[in-house]
Design a binder for this molecule. Structure first.
Ligand SMILES: [Zn+2]
Length: 453
């Protein structure tokens, strides 16, 4: 049975939760500039009984707060609920079932729903803890910059997760809430390679040394490397700069790389790509330098928490969609894929909670939840928020998140996170089992991939 206090909190705050989601959705902000989202979160926490609320700039660059940490209660256990705040650049979109771009960023990964689910789960659970005198500490952490794979890594590096006994977070997706285990997400190191050459007139180019040539030779080297790495390794890059005009030898060029692989192969992949950069510099008589801008460890969810999480999740009422919401999803599906939407409505909008199974899988994507998971037993729930069978980081995610399809997902997830954390507060066994597994899974101490510059 779902806890009555948590359930009734969500029932009596329906409108407020809808407005909160609307504010997050209407104010998409990219990595480390989540100022409106952080302020909205801070206010919401203070208005709903939290007294210890700390809003700050996780980058410590003197900017406005982009991160919020709130605490309630005292002593053990310390259960952490988390949310993400950032949006994606260039994905502004109206809440309509067809492509209708708006200037600026958009919530193409649905973090506006995570921000809502996270903070509402915390305030609902806080109220239950107060009413029922539940001992222990509840921590809510609204995190910045997940999309650049930096926010939680920086928070982990700076010790903000050190006291947590358990970490729980939810991410929307166009699928049912599936408690399957075994999927491993890649570790990544994101490096900016810079080359410094010598400029000259294009007509007397022998006097110069082109930094752009070095960058191009580096990329050629990386193409040859691809055959000699294991299948999990992925190297994607974009040019950041490479000169201004063809008749001026470029003295500066830079390439930004994401180097992804399984955890155990990541350091070596980085080492090899750095060697290639140095080789390219040698060939062109330029200088290579590099700087890790972001990066995170591989993530896999706690199997123990998946098992217990499912038991908690099925206590929460199912999502029910209206006729209009199904129509919205059908139209959107058609417009996005050019195909007829699935006839089976269960394959169109996700509403189920699945126990799942253990699958040994490897996903090319990454999440900085991996860094949280190296600090304490962690589970990222996922599911709901958009139609099924459509791409992520896409206008359809922004559109869905702007409607009640997104709101229903956030409420369902908020209730589930609160209920699961509530159940953990009442069952020390879950924490003990999760830590036993944690010590098996993580034998090496945590080292953040991002240095403090
Ligand atoms: Zn995301």
């Amino acid at each position: 049975m779902m806890n009555e206090n948590i359930k009734s909190w969500f029932e009596t705050h329906k409108e407020e939760v809808a407005n909160l989601k609307k504010t997050f959705w209407e104010n998409p902000e990219t990595a480390f500039t989540e100022y409106v989202a952080a302020e909205t979160t801070r206010e919401f926490l203070l208005n709903h009984g939290f007294t210890e609320v700390n809003a700050f700039d996780a980058e410590e660059k003197g900017g406005k707060p982009n991160t919020v940490i709130a605490k309630w209660g005292s002593g053990k256990p310390v259960i952490g609920l988390l949310g993400e705040l950032d949006a994606l650049p260039g994905l502004g979109q109206d809440a309509v079932p067809y492509y209708s771009p708006k200037e600026g960023p958009g919530h193409g990964c649905g973090h506006c729903l995570m921000a809502t689910a996270g903070v509402t789960s915390a305030v609902a659970l806080r109220e239950a803890m107060e009413k029922e005198n539940i001992p222990g500490t509840l921590v809510y952490i609204a995190c910045p910059a997940e999309e650049t794979l930096a926010g939680k890594a920086v928070l982990a590096r700076d010790g903000y997760f050190d006291d947590l006994d358990i970490g729980l977070i939810w991410h929307p997706s166009g699928s049912d809430m599936d408690f399957s285990t075994g999927m491993v997400m890649s570790a990544t190191t994101n490096i900016l390679f810079e080359f410094q050459g010598k400029t000259a007139h294009g007509g007397t180019a022998w006097q110069g040394r082109s930094a752009l040539d070095a960058a191009e030779l580096m990329n050629v080297g990386v193409q040859y490397l691809r055959e000699h790495v294991t299948d999990d390794c992925r190297m994607h890059y974009v040019y950041r700069d490479g000169g201004e005009a063809p008749n001026i030898v470029p003295e500066h060029a830079s390439v930004y790389y994401f180097l992804r692989s399984r955890e155990e192969n990541n350091d070596d992949l980085v080492r090899r790509v750095k060697l290639i950069a140095e080789g390219a510099a040698m060939m062109t008589e330029t200088k290579a330098s590099y700087r890790v801008e972001a990066g995170c460890h591989s993530y896999h969810g706690s199997r123990v928490l998946s098992k217990y999480g499912y038991e908690s999740a099925i206590k929460v009422p199912d999502i029910e969609y209206t006729e209009e919401e199904y129509d919205f999803a059908k139209t959107m599906y058609k417009n996005a894929t050019g195909k007829e939407p699935p006839k089976d409505l269960d394959k169109l909008l996700p509403s189920k909670v699945l126990k799942g199974e253990h699958i040994d899988g490897y996903a090319g994507g990454s999440t900085d939840v991996g860094d949280l998971a190296m600090k304490c037993p962690t589970l990222q729930l996922s599911g709901f928020g958009t139609a099924m069978g459509l791409p992520g980081h896409h206008w359809t995610v922004v559109a869905s998140a702007g409607t009640d399809i997104g709101l229903k997902a956030a409420v369902k997830a908020g209730m589930t996170l609160a209920q699961f954390a509530y159940d953990i507060f009442h069952n020390q066994k879950i924490i003990d089992e999760a830590w036993e597994e944690f010590h098996e899974d993580y034998k090496e101490p945590y080292v953040c991939k991002i240095p403090k510059y």
